[in-house]
Design a protein around this ligand. Structure first.
Ligand SMILES: [Mn+2]
Length: 557
């Protein structure tokens, strides 16, 4: 309590000094005024306006793409090839597609967002080939301009670009025993003898390895058809397996899981930009949130900002849950009214150039937490502080699926703080069992990057360049006790926690930030969005006052 009080006083003093200092600057003549404006714009700071998007030199960008492809090839066998298909367009309805999004791994290696592009890599000869359709003015009239071979080459740094219609004949030439099964599902136009001769010379070693049953093909082929995103890869793997093509199908997933887990400087800049756009949106919502609005209106504030700052999209559908809806982890219907006196949980984030943020804040809709809301909120906040502190090289993440959760892990710290808090409030009866999972049922962290739940092995120790979310939560679902299995142990639990449950029921709190592992202190990429209870209330009050006084700043209108 005392420490908090002094911290608060100190912040006030520092804040006041900055204001006084800036006032002096503003009064001291045009030359100083210009300098002051350049260094800090208080309005922009208050609203957390998104800075300009990051830029990268073209040579640097191409060098990084080339280095990634080399890293992938270094992890493949000598007699192998990898085939990466671009994402298939998906139907929204009738002849209208969903927003097209490139398959992440293909994008990671080529920087190309267009459909019908296929990357083939053969490490034995160091060959990288892009198969893609030629430009078609007829279809471009309807669907817009496509990359020419030259443009695709300039974009990806891959020199060898070939016609898409030759892809399957080419693959059949490499694995002749699979020709019939490939032909059943894919176009296999006739190719000239001359073309076949060229391929057999060019890919001689690989063809020989396939003939001798010692070649490998790496595909993003899942183990079951369930993973709809990779349907074409799954089917292609099936075609190669029966009858035996000479290729052993290997999963390309582990290679990308390893490479994408540690982010480069350039990737971190893109992620920070996605976080910055999201941060601006949260500040907008801090000012806008008020009783009698609807959840979808809050969603609209986020999506307006994402579009305005040229984000690709959201990284996942916006979760805006008011009142008891905050206790549904992935609530996305967003149709209810914001009631005075209840909480608003928002888990929304922008995606920029294929990298997404993932941020959650929980606000009191009328600007002030009630005593009960604050009880729960502060436990979650303390849990998050403890877990963020544990984001250090060498430490482990631990997920809720781990048989043993180390108290020193990122998840372990949140579990400890939350158990302690729930016991204090009377919502659990013991710290030595799993009762806490009734109220905190998810893990604390997941990897973050091109996927919101990014690829990467959770048993890996933390290392600089990894980015993870830290997002403890407590959810007092109104039906939580009713749905428990009927048995004597649960009867005892229900009886013991009933009084506390009645007091806290309907409260849901999650606080989620995006954290970069560095050599030293963890870097909270989303720290510009207040999360400490007092800071949340103060930010809401200030932003609302500013909005009443001056309206939205021009840059946010
Ligand atoms: Mn998350």
């Amino acid at each position: 309590m005392t420490a908090n009080f002094f911290e608060h006083r100190l912040r006030l003093i520092i804040g006041a000094s900055i204001v006084a200092f800036m006032a002096l600057y503003a009064l001291s003549g045009p030359q100083f005024k210009a300098a002051a404006e350049k260094s800090i714009d208080p309005i922009a700071e208050l609203w957390q306006l998104t800075p300009p998007p990051p830029k990268v030199a073209e040579a640097e960008r191409l060098a990084e793409l080339r280095a990634r492809r080399t890293e992938v090839m270094n992890r493949m066998g000598k007699d192998s090839m990898m085939v990466l298909f671009s994402a298939e367009p998906r139907v929204y309805t009738g002849d209208v597609d969903y927003h097209y999004r490139q398959e992440n791994n293909l994008y990671y290696l080529t920087g190309i967002k267009q459909a019908e592009v296929v990357l083939v890599m053969i490490p034995g000869t160091g060959k990288e080939i892009l198969f893609m359709p030629e430009r078609n003015p007829g279809s471009e009239t309807w669907n817009g301009r496509k990359l020419s071979f030259e443009e695709a080459s300039a974009r990806s740094g891959i020199k060898d670009i070939r016609q898409k219609r030759l892809l399957y004949p080419f693959l059949a030439a490499i694995a002749p025993r699979a020709e019939a099964t490939i032909a059943k599902r894919n176009p296999l136009p006739k190719v000239t003898e001359q073309q076949k001769k060229e391929w057999s010379d060019e890919f001689h070693d690989l063809i020989e390895a396939v003939a001798a049953d010692r070649a490998e093909i790496y595909l993003l082929a899942p183990n079951s058809r369930d993973l709809w995103e990779y349907r074409q890869e799954y089917e292609f793997a099936e075609q190669l397996a029966s009858p035996a093509s000479g290729f052993k199908v290997k999963s390309a997933f582990p290679i990308f899981a390893e490479l994408r887990l540690r982010k480069s400087e350039w990737e971190l800049k893109l992620m920070q930009h996605a976080v910055d756009i999201t941060s601006e949106a949260f500040h907008r919502v801090f000012a806008a949130a008020a009783p009698a609005l609807y959840e979808y209106e809050i969603q609209a504030e986020f999506e307006y900002t994402f579009r305005r700052r040229n984000a690709d999209n959201w990284g996942y559908p916006c979760i805006v849950g008011a009142g008891p809806n905050a206790t549904t982890l992935h609530y996305i219907t967003n149709q209810e009214r914001l009631d005075d006196g209840s909480l608003l949980l928002m888990d929304c984030a922008a995606e920029y150039d294929h990298y997404t943020a993932d941020i959650t804040r929980t606000l009191p809709i009328n600007g002030k937490f009630t005593k009960e809301q604050a009880d729960i909120y502060n436990i979650v906040y303390q849990a998050q502080v403890a877990s963020i502190r544990a984001v250090r090289p060498g430490n482990s993440v631990n997920t809720r699926h781990d048989p043993k959760i180390s108290p020193d892990s990122v998840h372990g710290h949140s579990v400890e703080v939350i158990k302690e808090g729930l016991l204090r409030l009377g919502l659990i009866t013991s710290k030595s069992n799993n009762e806490y999972r009734t109220w905190f049922m998810h893990g604390t962290s997941h990897w973050l990057g091109m996927n919101v739940h990014d690829v990467g092995d959770y048993s890996k120790s933390l290392a600089p360049g990894m980015v993870l979310t830290v997002e403890p939560g407590i959810y007092i679902r109104p039906d939580a006790l009713e749905v428990l299995a009927k048995n004597p142990e649960n009867e005892r639990f229900i009886k013991a926690v009933r009084p506390a449950f009645e007091k806290y029921k309907g409260i849901g709190v999650r606080i989620e930030d995006d954290v970069l592992v560095t050599e030293g202190e963890p870097k909270v990429m989303s720290r510009a969005i207040p999360s400490k209870l007092e800071d949340v209330e103060a930010a809401m009050a200030r932003l609302k006052q500013e909005l009443r006084k001056s309206g939205w700043p021009a840059a946010m209108k």
